[in-house]
Design a protein around this ligand. Structure first.
Ligand SMILES: NC(=O)c1ccc[n+]([C@@H]2O[C@H](COP(=O)([O-])OP(=O)(O)OC[C@H]3O[C@@H](n4cnc5c(N)ncnc54)[C@H](OP(=O)(O)O)[C@@H]3O)[C@@H](O)[C@H]2O)c1
Length: 340
């Protein structure tokens, strides 16, 4: 028996459009005890990611939604407090997918042990974790940037976009970022080394993008969709590659946008410019993870890849912080510090 209590955040209802506090319920329950082959984790960091908006919804997707009344899903870094698995000891730091809660029981064979001496443990949720891997696998496998080519990515100061731009530079390409507001643009240009950065809140984004890409666009790493894709599309060069990673500008949409039927014209352009457009979910490239861990760790060590985290304290802050992610209020990889 234990006296520890688990604070957890459940999905209470499905949002229509923008999510709100009433879609979540916070409750406190006694922690569960680990069974054979399991460990009890004290959660230290919870990752907040755009895909969670999809898990709140019943709309058709690549993954099952979170059921009403279930703990919200999410990647976590935790400390083992009790172990009934031979591979883990009390005090070990592990990556798990334990969701929005302060304690969790997890199967040992679902965990990855982290080395706190190698990198700050929160990076296992960001640059050295799922978002970094998304950038690496999507850009290198689908985008295939070549020296001298121009790579464009939006949400350029964020977890995925910041890595896309820096990996593009490592491969010898020009990196052009799109970000929201002067602070994020300055960060992407000065700290991350993008060659040019455009503020998508500016009124003339299409003209600015054209000026920043005088030779056109060879790779557009699609993170946001919506109006930004409309500005990018006319600039795509023949044989351009478009890894479709995310469409965050559209996640709160309640249905198809009323629009003229542009699909026939779009397909004509795909044909005449030999465009390669491929959607992907990072886990489709799981066999590349060992190479990613090795290369990304080396790039961070050499200073070729830099990263920024936006750490928010307290599990109860997660819903508000998540709303901010969908509106661009985060600045860097958004992580909740659940406990020290
Ligand atoms: N396919 C996969 O396997 C996979 C895996 C991970 C992530 N993703 C996708 O990758 C994208 C980036 O995710 P992330 O984790 O790196 O998040 P992030 O960039 O750290 O945060 C989201 C950013 O999106 C931008 N944004 C939000 N609403 C926007 C809007 N209406 N128009 C334009 N930009 C908007 C904001 O940046 P600004 O203020 O700079 O605009 C915001 O900070 C998301 O679409 C996500 O779903 C896909």
């Amino acid at each position: 028996m234990t006296s520890e209590m688990n604070q957890r955040i459940l999905l209470a209802s499905r949002p229509e459009g923008r999510p709100a506090l009433e879609n979540f319920k916070i409750e406190t329950v006694p922690v569960a005890e680990p069974g054979e082959g399991e460990v009890l984790l004290k959660i230290l960091y919870l990752s907040l990611d755009p895909y969670m908006r999809g898990r709140m919804s019943n709309a058709r997707s690549y993954a099952q939604p979170v059921a009403i009344g279930d703990v919200m899903e999410g990647g976590t870094v935790g400390r083992v407090v009790r172990s009934r698995h031979a591979g883990f000891a009390e005090g070990d730091i592990v990556l798990s997918h334990s969701g929005w809660q302060s304690y969790a029981v997890a199967r040992g064979d679902h965990l990855r042990k982290l080395d706190p001496a190698a990198a700050p443990i929160s990076t296992a949720l960001g640059v050295l974790g799922m978002p970094g891997f998304t950038a690496y696998s999507g850009l290198l496998t689908i985008g295939q940037p070549k020296p001298g080519e121009t790579v464009v990515v939006a949400a350029a100061s964020g977890a995925v976009g910041s890595a896309v731009g820096q990996i593009a530079k490592i491969k010898g390409a020009r990196a052009v970022g799109i970000a929201g507001g002067p602070e994020k643009c300055a960060f992407a240009r000065n700290e991350l080394g993008f060659d040019a950065v455009i503020d998508h809140r500016a009124p003339d984004i299409a003209a600015q993008l054209a000026a920043a890409c005088p030779g056109g666009i060879d790779v557009y790493f699609e993170n946001v969709g919506g109006d930004i894709f409309a500005a990018v599309f006319p600039l795509l060069n023949k044989f351009a590659r478009i890894p479709v990673c995310g469409l965050i500008a559209q996640y709160n949409d309640t249905g198809p946008r009323p629009a003229p039927d542009r699909l026939p014209g779009f397909m004509r352009e795909v044909l005449s410019r030999s465009l390669l457009i491929r959607g992907f979910i990072q886990r489709e490239f799981a066999d590349q993870r060992p190479a990613f861990y090795e290369e990304m760790a080396a790039w961070i060590a050499s200073g070729q890849v830099r990263y920024r985290e936006d750490i928010v304290d307290g599990l109860e802050s997660a819903p508000e912080a998540f709303f901010g992610l969908l509106e661009g209020r985060n600045f860097g990889k958004l992580v909740i510090r659940v406990a020290e």
